[in-house]
Every structure is written in structure tokens, then in C-alpha cells.
Design a protein around this ligand. Sequence first.
Ligand SMILES: [Zn+2]
Length: 220
Amino acid sequence: MSNIHHHLTDATLLSYSAGNLAEHMSLVVATHLAMCPACRKRMEDMDTIGGIELYAGDTMAVSNDIKDTLFAMLDQPIIMEEIKVADRKSGDSDVPQPLGQFLPDNLQNIQWRNMAPGIKQFPLENVQAGNGTVCLLKIAPGVTIPEHGHGGTELTLILKGSFSDEVGRFKPGDIADLDENTEHQPIADTAEDCICLIATEAPLKFKSLLPKVMQYFVGM
Ligand SMILES: [Zn+2]
């Protein structure tokens, strides 16, 4: 069984499969999909339903009963195979594959930049991010990211270590898929550094002044 407990929302999967996500958001979605058999399966099923609706198109309306049945099938628990090493790693690398082209072979070889006490950043400068951002963060054990909301969707994929917020505990492979209406305050768990990949559609909205000043300098 997979150890992943926090997944992409259906809205995000649909946008991704329709090609409606910006490059930096797609990168995070693709990286989670590479690690998560459950989301891969769900997206395949969605594509199938989309195909049925398209096929039925002009000739017959798909009844709501059929749609309800199909969506109920999607909600059935599925038996997942163990994630194969090949799904998430190439050779000895601990970097999941879609992300690999933008990073050194191993997370420990990343050239981090200091961002704030206990927080280091590695921007993915070759990825188009529009008005948003995409970067890796390395958060020291026990350090809190100041409480913030979002101007749009924020995707946070855990690569190493773990953090907790109002929603729960996030471990490697878990993704926080948060919309503009959610505020949260992630705290890195105490055992080790937490490394995560973050993409935002719009600048974060911090609630207090100090992070706002920090934001001005680091451009998140
Ligand atoms: Zn998933």
C-alpha cells in the first residue's frame, strides 16, 4: 500500500488533464503523479468519463444516473501496488523524475539560499511561473512558516521530512492542494529538515507585518 495520505483535488486533476495549468503548477502535479498511484488511477478514470461524455455528445444525453454511478465507482477504494522504485527515482537519485531535470541528482547537493532564520530556498528559475512562484524550501526542524492565505491555488509537495498544519501531517509524497480560501501555518516536524516543492499561482498573503517585509525581499 502507498503511504501517501494527502492527494490532489479533482479540480486540480481536471485542470491538469485539460492542459489548463501553468507550467510551474503542472510540474508539481506531475511530480506528485509520479509518486502516487492513487492519483494516477483517478486521473485515468476521469479521462475515461470525459471520453464517454464526449462520445455520447450529440447523439444521446448521458443520464445523471449513469454519471452518478460512474462517479461512485471513482470513490471506491482501490488496491494499490507498492510504489515501484523506478516510479520515483532514477539510479541513486532521491529526486522524483519530472523534477529531476531542474535539480542536481540528490537533494543534498542543492545550493540553498538563506531566506529567513531556519528557512532556505532554491528557486526553479527555468520554470515559467507567471505571477506566482515555484521553489524548493528547506525548513529546519520545528520552524514555522508564518500563517498565510493565498491569492490562488498553492501546491506543496513533500520530498523529505514532514510538516504539520491545521489539516494534518504531511510526509514524503503527500501534497497540500490549497485554494485561495484556505489559510494555514505549516510547522516542520522536529526529527529532521523538511524539504518541499511549492508552487503558487499568486503571491502569498501573509497576515502579519514581519513576513510581509520578508516577502518584499525574497519575492514570494
Ligand atoms: Zn495522490
